[in-house]
Design a protein around this ligand. Structure first.
Ligand SMILES: [Zn+2]
Ligand SMILES: [Zn+2]
Length: 284
């Protein structure tokens, strides 16, 4: 019998790519059939640039970290590093808790990139997208992708999660990021119920609002619990989903926010706004 772990590690790239393309195609079709909002920029222009960035990011990650997070989990296991490799804890508990812990760290990382001025420069790339759809979900600056991978490495080394938990987490995060950024419409009751277990597109769209207090809400990517637990949850945007403005105030030059060249240089231009943590002033 083939060991499931060995099979997953050997076919990790194929499995992850299948999930990526599978979820992407489903969301793209759903957006066509039942869009939530009218897009501002022609899809062909945004998609070609956003997807070019996704391709570039995958290439950079492959070159820098060929074994990625899964490789780090294998390494930690071999070396006996991390809490879960040290203590004898039931496998199911280590798998489930590892996925939850990794997700909590991604939430905290997201809060951090909004608060720290230099990191906000990187994360602006994700928020400067003038529209919100499935391609926004993977639109991150390469430097933020690298930072994210290094943080994951650190968690894996300390925690020592089972390899399968890291594979599940990577697939889940990728799939849910595409789902919760998609421009799809569904029943309000379904949305309300889904919000107990997963971040829905309506929940995450609030985070892409041009309004500062709304951007500073709903940082979760996967599990919706962290925002409620830590007090960053906002149910709906004030202007409503159809009328709310998406993006960052003052960033409306198409060349800067849509073209790949503009996206890649975005962290290095302009001032850091009074949005980040040490620039906010007390309201009089
Ligand atoms: Zn954000
Ligand atoms: Zn987002």
């Amino acid at each position: 019998m083939v060991d499931i772990n060995t099979f997953l590690i050997e076919h990790e790239i194929q499995i992850r790519l299948s999930f990526f393309f599978g979820v992407f195609i489903v969301m793209a079709l759903w957006e066509l059939l039942s869009p939530r909002r009218k897009l501002i920029i022609p899809k062909i222009m945004r998609w070609s640039n956003n997807l070019a960035l996704v391709f570039l990011n995958s290439l950079i990650l492959r070159v820098l970290f060929p074994a990625a997070a899964v490789g780090m989990a294998v390494f930690a296991k071999e070396e006996g590093w991390g809490i879960y490799n040290y203590y004898d804890i039931p496998f199911v508990i280590t798998v489930i808790s590892s996925v939850i812990i990794l997700d909590a760290v991604i939430y905290l990382q997201h809060v951090m990139v909004h608060a720290v001025p230099v990191l906000w420069r990187l994360h602006r790339v994700h928020h400067a997208d003038p529209d919100f759809d499935v391609t926004t979900g993977a639109r991150f600056h390469p430097l933020e992708i690298i930072l994210s991978m290094l943080i994951k490495f650190a968690v894996i080394v300390v925690l020592g999660p089972p390899v399968i938990a890291v594979i599940i987490f990577e697939i889940l995060l990728n799939a849910t990021a595409m789902f919760n950024h998609s421009n799809i419409r569904f029943n309000a009751t379904v949305d309300k119920l889904l919000r107990f277990i997963i971040v829905t597109p309506d929940m995450h769209r609030v985070h892409h609002s041009i309004e500062t207090d709304e951007t500073n809400s709903n940082f979760g990517f996967n599990l919706p619990w962290w925002d409620r637990l830590f007090g960053t949850y906002k149910a709906q945007p004030r202007a409503g989903h159809e009328n709310m403005l998406i993006g960052i105030k003052g960033y409306n030059q198409i060349r800067q926010v849509t073209w790949l060249s503009g996206i890649l240089t975005l962290p290095f231009v302009g001032k850091v706004s009074d949005y980040v943590i040490n620039r906010r002033s007390q309201k009089k």
